[in-house]
Design a protein around this ligand. Structure first.
Ligand code: UTP
Length: 294
């Protein structure tokens, strides 16, 4: 049994749902309060025992590499001004060793994962998508890697979504459920709502066996004209078990605007330095809106 020590974070998408903000800035650098979304993901990977991370980047994504690099001038400046709390925050993001590979064209999530195949080699690995931030007592990815060590098979993180939203996700067709663990008959990418086999949706956390790379190598384009990871997982499930696990924790969808706004508010409410002011402000806004509607 090999432990899961490597993770891929695909970040080469175009981020069209956030245009024009993402015209010159990576979507992964949009901050939730004061931390870029991708840093939440990197921290979850490290807290889950991942030792090596590769980020798949693309055009216009330089800011991600800079964010995880040293910022010597900035650090000197903060030392001179004795702003040691900020210095610690700035240093924190450069203390992890991250590798990068370019996806030369955004041909889809499946293709982005395939781009990292040489880095992974022949061992199980994790995939974390920046669109989902999960707050959980045990980090979401750790729940999946712990399970991988028990079942020695690929495990995909899932949660239930409202039926009318199933066309936005990869959806599983479960055969059997044992507590939070599902055996799966089919994995379907973005089915029409009326065709969705369940309302159990794939969230952005995966532990996969390396056989997925051989499948991705010959994978044709699927939904949206992109090479889909879900389609490759469906094929993998034909030759070895792929389980789905309904992980514990609150999942925030930061890949679309309303989810992003909600996450920002909730994370800010969890912060002692912002909570009271924000609550007062929200109350005022609600009252003013209620009066102006009358
Ligand atoms: P999304 O479809 O959610 O991201 O892909 P996107 O393409 O950046 O955003 P929209 O839909 O245009 O607003 C899920 C994940 O897969 C990565 C994205 O960066 C995101 O983390 N991805 C997607 C790639 O790395 N390469 C691709 O070709 C497509």
């Amino acid at each position: 049994m090999q432990k899961v020590k490597k993770a891929i974070i695909p970040a080469a998408g175009l981020g069209t749902r956030f245009l024009p903000a993402t015209k010159a800035m990576p979507k992964e650098m949009l901050p939730i309060v004061d931390k870029p979304t991708i840093q939440y993901i990197v921290e979850e990977a490290i807290e889950s025992g991942i030792e090596d991370i590769i980020i798949v980047t693309g055009k216009g994504k330089r800011a991600i590499e800079d964010h995880f690099d040293y910022a010597l001038e900035l650090e000197d400046n903060l030392v001179r001004k004795e702003k040691f709390d900020l210095l610690e925050k700035v240093r924190r993001s450069s203390q992890v060793d991250i590798h990068y590979i370019r996806q030369k064209e955004p041909k889809g999530l499946g293709h982005a994962i395939w781009c990292a195949r040489k880095f992974i080699g022949n061992e199980p690995f994790a995939v974390l998508l920046g669109d989902d931030i999960v707050q959980a007592e045990t980090p979401c990815l750790k729940q999946l890697t712990d399970l991988y060590e028990k079942v020695n098979s690929s495990v995909i993180g899932v949660q239930q979504v409202p039926k009318q939203e199933t066309n936005r996700y990869g959806i599983i067709d479960p055969v059997k459920q044992d507590g939070r663990l599902y055996q799966v008959r089919n994995f379907v990418e973005k089915p029409a709502v009326e065709d969705a086999p369940s309302n159990v949706a794939i969230m952005g956390r995966y532990v996969l066996t390396p056989e997925i790379f051989d499948i991705l190598e010959g994978q044709e384009t699927g939904s949206g004209g992109e090479i889909q990871l879900t389609d490759a997982i469906q094929k993998l499930n034909g030759s070895q078990n792929v389980y789905a696990y309904d992980f514990e924790g609150i999942r925030y969808d930061v890949g679309e605007k309303f989810g992003f706004i909600k996450t920002t508010i909730e994370m800010a409410l969890n912060r002692a330095d912002l909570r009271e002011d924000l609550l007062n402000y929200l109350q005022d806004v609600v009252e003013i809106q209620a009066v102006s509607k009358k």
